[in-house]
Design a protein around this ligand. Sequence first.
Ligand code: UD1
Length: 373
Amino acid sequence: MHVLITGGAGFIGSHLADELLRRGHRVRLLDNLCEQVHGGRAPDYLPRAAEFVRGDIRDRSAVVAAIAGVEAVAHLACAVGVAQSQYEIEHYVDVNIRGTAVLADVLANERHDVRRVLLPGSMTAYGEGAARCAACGVVRPNIRTAEDVAGGRWEPRCPTCGREAASIPTGESAELRSQSIYALTKRTQEELLAHVDRLCGVPFVCTRLFNVYGPRQSLSNPYTGVTAIFISRVKSGAAPVVFEDGRQTRDFIWVGDVAATLSELLESGRGDHGTFNIASGRATPIREIAERIARLMGVPIVPAASGTFRFGDVRHCTADISKSRDAFGFLPRTSLDEGLAHLVRWSLSQDSRDGFDRTLDELSRRRMLTRTV
Ligand code: UD1
């Protein structure tokens, strides 16, 4: 199979490329090597066996050329960052929505041999995860506002009776309640490509990824995911900053497990026309991530909870992975212990630049960081 990976120089795209090559497929990568992630340079890890094309997903002629001769497209070109998306609105909409619209338009109107399109969607599309209220049963709490969390009342509440509601796994049929511009763009990407499936018969599979971690997540991009940010903080001798009280949770999934699953779906078509959660199915508190990283790096740093709330963050969202398990035997294989140890080992051989204080200043200036306790 010949596969085009848009955003193929990125964190997840490059692991997918390695996995597809290992399985004997031909791979073409389209990537604009954006400054914030790559500093405009092709990363050293790019597989030599893949064909690399520098180009932007918003450039129709680049997409038409990149799609020539391929049988499957994995669409990973994307501006990534929940907090940053809240003020760089035009940029996130342009890259994520217009970029996907260009791809959709090319698939709908140009001649091609594409038999399958895969999009890694995002858990952020759900908004606050599902919860159980002792009085009202299963509920979907609203996103927390500054007033909600004032005085450290961090936990989401039942939208009906106002009691604290306990987090439970969220399944794919949950209503999408995107709470950030980034989430909105990921959700729109899903809808655009599902439309092309219905209208033009190009089968589409959407994998809603939860928090993916592993080597190659940029250690110098302060807008990246929490594990990479914590590692670059500790490497620079500073304590990780844990927002809220640190007991907010995320569902972490190892990038190698993601790459293997996406490859399997591209090969087999077992997910076609469907949407699937890809996650570990386990909730881990963010404070625990900071503590584990400091321990693995042998640094006696105690992460302090900031007591500040990053506007737009959800408190909890853990995946129900039963649909993926039943449909194509999905099984997360790498434990958090193994994964974090591997990630920390990798990070020690990498340059990193801790730009976190700058992003904190930026968030405060834009009043997106609320001090609540
Ligand atoms: C992340 C990804 C998003 C992906 C989604 C899927 C990034 C930037 N975001 O969003 O692309 O679609 O997972 O699940 O990679 N936190 C701290 N201290 C920090 C940084 C973060 O306490 O220095 C906390 C945040 O407040 C939040 C949690 O860690 O509670 C996770 O934050 P983050 O890594 O930015 O991820 P998501 O917003 O979950």
